[in-house]
Design a protein around this ligand. Sequence first.
Ligand SMILES: C[S@@+](CC[C@H](N)C(=O)[O-])C[C@H]1O[C@@H](n2cnc3c(N)ncnc32)[C@H](O)[C@@H]1O
Length: 263
Amino acid sequence: MTPGFDIRTYNSHAWDVAVELGSEWTLPVDAVTIAKARRGDWSIVLTPTKPIPAEWFPPLDNAAILCLASGGGQQGPILAAAGEAVGASVVVFDNSPRQLERDREVARREKLSLKTVEGDMADLSRFADASFDLIVHPCSNLFVPDVYPVWREAARVLKPGGVLLAGFINPILYLFDQKKADAGVLEVRHRLPYSDLTSISAEERREYMAAQEALEFGHTLTDQIAGQIEAGLAITGFYEDGWPGMALHEYTEMFVATRAMKI
Ligand SMILES: C[S@@+](CC[C@H](N)C(=O)[O-])C[C@H]1O[C@@H](n2cnc3c(N)ncnc32)[C@H](O)[C@@H]1O
C-alpha cells in the first residue's frame, strides 16, 4: 500500500459512494415501517435476513441506545420510533457522512428524535464510560483492520448489565477467490485472517479502489468471539444467518449474530 494510506478515510468515501449507488445497506426505512414501530410492531437485523429475537433486547424504557457503525437510516430510526413513548434515546454513530444523512433524513421526515455522530468505531472517546444500556452493531467490523479496539470501546461505554448486539461475518467467507466466487466457483485461495490490504495483489486492489468499493478484512472467530470476552463481555446469545445469492450459501450460513452482556 502507499505509505500514509488511511483506511478509515478511504472507507468513509467508499460508503458515501455506496449511498450514491443505492447499495441495499444504505436505503432508509419507509413511513409504514416507522408507523408500525411507533405502535410496537418492529424488528431490526444485525445480519442480512434474520430479525434479532425480541427477547434479546433489554427494556427500552429510558434506555440510552448506541447504533454503532449502523448508518443508512435503518436500525436507528426504527429504535427511535419504538422507544419514543418510553423515553429511549438513540445515537447513530458511523464513519460515512452520507450514511448518517440517511438517518437524519428519516428523522426529519418522521419527526423522530435521533442524534447522529460521525467517527471511527474503534474510537468512541467522545462517549463517557458507562453511557449506554444497549449497543446495536450490525455487520460492519469487516471494514476495520483490528476489531479488538471496537470490542474494548463498546464494553467501556456500556453500563454494567448493558447489552451488545453484534453481527459479523464468519471468516470462511474470505477463504475463497472473490472473483471466482462471484461467478459461482468456490476455489480456496486465502489464509485467514484475510485483508484486502495484504491478501490480494496490488492489481486486484487497484480494481476495487478504481470502483471505489470499501476495503474489507476477514477477522478470525478468535478476534470476533474471544475479542468480546476479553473486553469483559459475556456472550448470552448466538445465531447464524445466510445471504441467498452467494455461492457459499448453498453450503453454509456465513453471518453470525451474538448477544453479549457487560459483566
Ligand atoms: C453494511 S453497513 C451497515 C449498516 C446498515 N444500517 C445495516 O443494516 O447493516 C456498514 C456501515 O459501517 C460503516 N463503517 C465502515 N467503517 C467504519 C468505521 N471505521 N467506523 C464507523 N463506521 C464504519 C459504513 O459507513 C456503513 O454505514
